[in-house]
Design a protein around this ligand. Structure first.
Ligand code: LLP
Length: 400
């Protein structure tokens, strides 16, 4: 990939997405479930650019959404409502109403109180709302605590005993239609055992529901499949599918999977240019034009992203921190990495930036967000313009 030419054409900081790589990841995961009916519902939060969502829509993907904004994006991008799910721990009444009116596949319910609100709203609308209940299997997914969700200590889902009560209530309601069961134990999962254990707990729950005549159609395994940022050992999609399917013997269900990172992370690059080198005592800093408002993952999770330097200088390397212009000591892209001496305008390509990159960006320090460019069949296309100062102040009113 000619990063230098693209950086010159579109300027930096810049996000680049290789859509062909996203297609390959989609096919790899989809084919792992072959032999069973399945829907991959792309987790829109990972990268919510309309062109990216449309790319998945064209591949036949559904969408896992966590706000009405994401549902509207999915529909605008061409995902049919019958492949859209609505998850999330705090949906408001307007969101629930619109989701019911849009006739999406189902709402993933996260508490008893939420189930009652959904029932009341469906009643007002004289509709029956398809629901699935998010079960919290109390399994440690062995990932970063901020992206771990399957323990009772986390705010997500409900306990098995609560879920059972909720299914019985739904079955007896004229306005609720229980169709699925859901779990998602965390993100960036690199071990199979917790997935197997969680799936087994949820499959057992499903069997106990069958025993009381509650027949569900969808087994929603959430997302979470990890990727290589560095040298992690990752899970092969085939093995992932096999351990889950092994817990479902004798059950006739459609698998719903909600991948985000697996589909987009390694298809994305964040391009940033060197502004200056500086030395504070023993400490070397490379100051670049990209910052935590563009790519928050290093600052928020101490996440590692591989760097690739595009420079004439490939001489002796020494330790440096790559930092942005934002006024926070926590504003860094990489710490203690080995880099050659860099010049003004040398390019640094940050790898694995296609998931939770642009979407977690902000306008902190009144910085305009980067442009986004997609690459497909050897062509590049601008899919989101760089923000301008006028965009940033457009919603503000005159001081009265
Ligand atoms: N389904 C549910 C219910 C989720 O909460 C998530 C992610 C996904 C699917 C997609 O997970 P994935 O396949 O992408 O792992 N900002 C963090 C990740 C937050 C994940 C939140 N939930 C990061 O940058 O690592």
């Amino acid at each position: 990939m000619d990063f230098k030419a693209l950086a010159n054409k579109y300027n930096t900081p810049l996000y680049l997405y290789d859509l062909d790589h996203m297609s390959a990841q989609y096919e790899k995961l989809k084919s792992a479930f072959k032999g069973r009916p399945s829907i991959l519902a792309y987790a829109v939060k990972a990268n919510s650019n309309l062109s990216v969502i449309k790319h998945f829509a064209d591949l036949g993907s559904g969408a896992d959404c966590v706000s009405i904004g994401e549902i509207r994006r999915a529909i605008l991008a061409g995902i049919p409502p019958y492949k859209i799910l609505f998850s999330g721990v705090g949906k408001n009444d307007d969101e629930i109403r619109e989701a019911i009116e849009t006739d999406i596949l189902y709402i993933n319910v996260e508490s008893e109180a939420e189930l009652s609100r959904i029932e009341n709203i469906a009643k007002e609308l004289k509709k029956r709302c398809r629901i699935s209940i998010r079960v919290n299997p109390n399994i440690d997914p062995k990932t970063h605590p901020y992206i771990s969700t399957g323990l009772h200590a986390n705010k997500f889902g409900v306990e098995i005993s609560t879920a059972k009560r909720m299914y019985i209530k739904s079955k007896n309601s004229d306005n609720l239609d229980p169709v699925g069961i859901h779990f998602h134990i965390g993100s960036q999962l690199t071990e199979l055992k917790p997935i197997y254990e969680a799936s087994e707990i949820v499959a057992d729950m499903l069997r106990s529901l069958q025993a009381i005549d509650i027949e569900l159609k969808f087994f929603d395994i959430g997302g979470g499949l990890g990727i290589k940022y560095d040298n992690e050992t990752t899970i092969e999609p085939y093995d992932y599918a096999q351990v889950i399917l092994s817990t479902l013997k004798g059950l006739d269900l459609t698998i719903i999977c909600e991948p985000g990172r697996f589909l987009t992370a390694n298809a994305g690059y964040f391009l940033t240019k060197v502004l200056y080198e500086k030395q504070n005592g023993d400490k070397r800093f490379v100051v670049v034009d990209g910052a935590m408002n563009d790519l928050l993952r290093p600052s928020l999770y101490n996440a590692f992203h591989k760097l690739e330097v595009v420079s004439e200088n490939d001489g002796k390397k020494s330790k440096a921190d790559v930092v942005g212009p934002v006024c926070e000591s926590g504003d860094f892209i990489s710490k203690d990495c080995f880099l050659p001496i860099l010049e003004h305008n040398d390019l640094i390509v940050v790898h694995s930036a296609g998931a939770y990159g642009f979407g977690m960006g902000s306008n902190y320090n009144t910085r305009a967000r980067s442009a986004e460019v997609a690459l497909k069949n050897g062509e590049d296309r601008l899919i989101r313009k760089r923000e301008t100062f006028d965009d940033l102040i457009a919603l503000e009113r005159e001081f009265l």
